[in-house]
Structure formats: C-alpha cells, structure tokens
Design a binder for this molecule. Structure first.
Ligand SMILES: Cc1ncc(COP(=O)(O)O)c(C=O)c1O
Length: 392
C-alpha cells in the first residue's frame, strides 16, 4: 500500500528553516525575549526590503496594525469606513474597536477585491476612510481607489494581510500612495512569525502615533529626550494605548522569513501555474493571474465550482477530505455572520457577487513545502471528484 495515498495533506503549513530556529535560540539565550534589537532590525530590514522611503512598525498581529493605523488617522465614533464584505472579520472589527461603523461594499467578480465602481455610492458625509483588501494576494484596483479617495478627501489603509510580495503597476504593495499598509505574519501567511504583523507608512505622524499606541501610550520621544537629565526608569503616558508590540522571539523568525519572501513567492507561483495548467477544462473556475507584469503573492488558490459542476461546494470539499486533501473557504462573507448581519441589517441580496462566490468557492492547498507529488495528489483528487460529477 502506498502510504502517501492515505496520509493527510494539510491545507497550509509554514516553512521554517534552521536559520529561523538558530535565531530564536540565540534570542532565548541572550536573555532579551520581548521587543528589543531584533524587532528593531526586522523593522529596518522590512523598510529596506520594500524600498520607497517607508517606515515600518512591527506589531503582534495585522489586526493590531489595522487598529493602530485607523486610530492614528483619528477614526472614531460617528465615522464610517468603507470596506468589503468578502474578507476576514479582522478587516472590519478594527473599525468597531474605535466606535466607527463599517460600510460594506460588494466585490469585483474577477479580482474578488472591493468593486471600485460601487465605492462611490457608499460614500456619505460621515465617510472617513477606505480599507481595500488585496484578496488572496492579488492587488486591488489601487489606482481607482486612490483616485476616489483623493476626490472625496478620504484616507486609505490597505489590508495587505495576503499581499507579500504583491505588486500594483510594478510597485510593491506597501510603497503606494495610501496612508498606511498592514501585512500579516500569521502562521499560514506568505511569510510568518507565528503571530505578527507590520504597519507600513510614509507619514511620520502616523508612524509616531502608532509607535506610542503600540506600547501603552508611552511617549518614547519624551523618554529619549529626557534620559540625559532623569534616571532611565522615567517614562510618560500620553494616551491609553494598547499592548501590540512584536517580541524579539517572533522577530527572529521574521528576519529570515523576509529574506526568502521572493523565493517563497516563486514556489507558490509555480504551484499555482501547475494547477492552472492541469485543472483547466474541469467545471471549476480558476483564479485569474494578476494584471500583466504584476506579481501575485499566491497566498491562496481560490477556485469556484461552475453551475454545471453537478456537485455542491460542500460535497466537493467533503470528497476532497475523504481523499486526504485539506481544503478551506475564503470567506464566509461578513454579511453572513450573525454579528455583522444583525448590527447592520445586511442581506445576501445586497452583495450578489460575494454571495455567489461564497456559495461556489473552495480553496486548494498552496504552500511552499508542497512537493511535486503533493501537487499531483491535489490535482488528481480534484480530477477524480469533478471528473465523476454526474454520479456524485
Ligand atoms: C484579509 C485579512 N485581514 C486581516 C487579517 C488579520 O491578520 P492577523 O491574524 O495577523 O491579525 C487576516 C488574517 O487571516 C486576513 O486574512
């Protein structure tokens, strides 16, 4: 019996090398385990890696980074922030943290990112900002979004949890003209620190505020300025901040993951290209590539079953599991969740594109540790399940 046939292929796995492990061990041995020299180095490396004169503020999650960015922009009660329903709840919950209200917009059926043509209708006198999500690692229409933002005087915070490295018109996400961009280093992301994130901005006021609010509202500038005259134990609290700092243990992993970001993207792209080549012709819509010349991070490989597939999405996923393949769904849209649905009176009819995608979508495994044999296994499982669709 071939063992691989019956082992389970997980949906996602991180790729952690000996360099990451050695760096973590060196942090543990150094005695400096919370935010310190390695978190600082990770921030400097991240800014250098992105280019474009940005500042990077490391945080313990992208959720924290999104919260800090909106807080630094002054979003508060009574304000509205436009975002997409087709995302993870973190994108919208940070708006609620500040007492503001999200206004949900449907997605474009090709990119699965926010539909730029629908943003304008969602703008009211209360609108302060837009949070586009670079869904699955393909850039949102940042040119259209920035154009609307400029015309209406709105702030833009990019949810780039999926988008490292992704480009828009040849520029890396993180170096565009938005107010801030937030990356995630959660376990399944394109680079990981276990939990972690990076807030990136070219606006020094946002950077300063985010650094203060990330650590209890301690005014580091005051601290630094006066250390020559007062004992080093002295600090000042200038706001009721949060506890969002990234530890050196996590940053140790990030330092080495970042060096491999382009290599990881190439591996992901190769798997996506094999899927594209092998799965065409099945009753399955495959994810489109980026605009020509742009980089897709391929964080997720999101497919949609065709109407004539002869099998429900749920059954498709069940059958794939029976064949030992981990699958997922991106996403159960926010308008389906009780909290969002009931708080904002949302119905599926308000988001026809997202709803249709949700009902047909299934995400295949895609990660750098997948071998050619793993990819073959996924391909033959999909063919097996969808090739016999009439009898299922
Ligand atoms: C689109 C999107 N935004 C935000 C987040 C939050 O990231 P984190 O887990 O780092 O807080 C995620 C996490 O999966 C996500 O997918």
């Amino acid at each position: 019996m071939d063992n691989t046939e019956f082992s389970f292929l997980p949906f996602a796995l991180p790729e952690i090398g000996e360099e990451e492990i050695a760096e973590v061990v060196s942090s543990l041995r150094s005695g400096w385990v919370t935010s310190g020299p390695k978190a600082k180095q990770f921030e400097a490396d991240f800014s250098f890696w992105l280019g474009g004169g940005v500042e990077s503020i490391s945080v313990n999650s992208a959720t924290a980074g999104l919260h800090l960015a909106l807080e630094a922009l002054g979003i508060g009660p009574g304000d509205e922030v436009i975002t997409t329903t087709h995302t993870f709840t973190a994108t919208a919950e940070v708006i609620r943290y500040l007492g503001a209200d999200p206004v949900f917009v449907d997605v474009d059926s090709t990119t699965l990112c926010i539909d730029t043509t629908k943003i304008q209708n969602a703008i009211t006198p209360r609108t302060k900002a837009i949070i586009p999500v670079h869904f699955a690692g393909r850039s949102a229409d940042m040119i259209g979004i920035m154009d609307i933002a400029k015309r209406y005087g709105l702030k833009v915070v990019e949810d780039a949890a999926h988008a490292l490295p992704t480009t828009c018109n040849g520029k890396l996400i993180g170096t565009l003209d938005s107010d801030a961009t937030v990356f995630s280093f959660y376990a399944n992301k394109t680079i990981t620190t276990g939990e972690g994130g990076m807030l990136v901005t070219r606006n020094s006021e946002i950077a300063k505020r985010a650094r203060i609010m990330r650590l209890h509202g301690i005014n580091r500038d005051a601290f630094d300025r006066f250390t020559a005259n007062v004992p080093s134990w002295y600090y000042e609290i200038v706001a009721p901040g949060f506890k969002y700092n990234l530890t050196d243990i996590a940053a140790s992993i990030g330092l080495h993951q970042l060096k491999k970001a382009h290599l990881f993207q190439k591996k992901r792209q190769a798997i996506a290209e094999r899927y594209n080549a092998e799965l065409s012709g099945l009753p399955l819509m495959l994810p489109p590539n980026s605009e020509s010349g742009d980089t897709h991070s391929w964080h997720l490989y999101v497919t949609q079953l065709s109407e004539d597939a002869g099998i429900s999405r749920d059954r498709f996923i069940e059958k794939m599991y029976e064949l030992g393949i981990g699958m997922s769904v991106h996403y159960v849209p926010l308008h389906q969740h009780p909290y969002w649905r009931e708080t904002y009176n949302l119905t599926p009819e308000m988001f026809p594109v997202s709803q249709r995608i949700y009902e047909h979508t299934a995400t295949l495994p895609l990660y750098t540790r997948m071998t050619e044999a793993d990819t073959d296994r996924v391909i033959s499982a999909v063919k097996k399940v969808l090739g016999r669709q009439k009898t299922i």
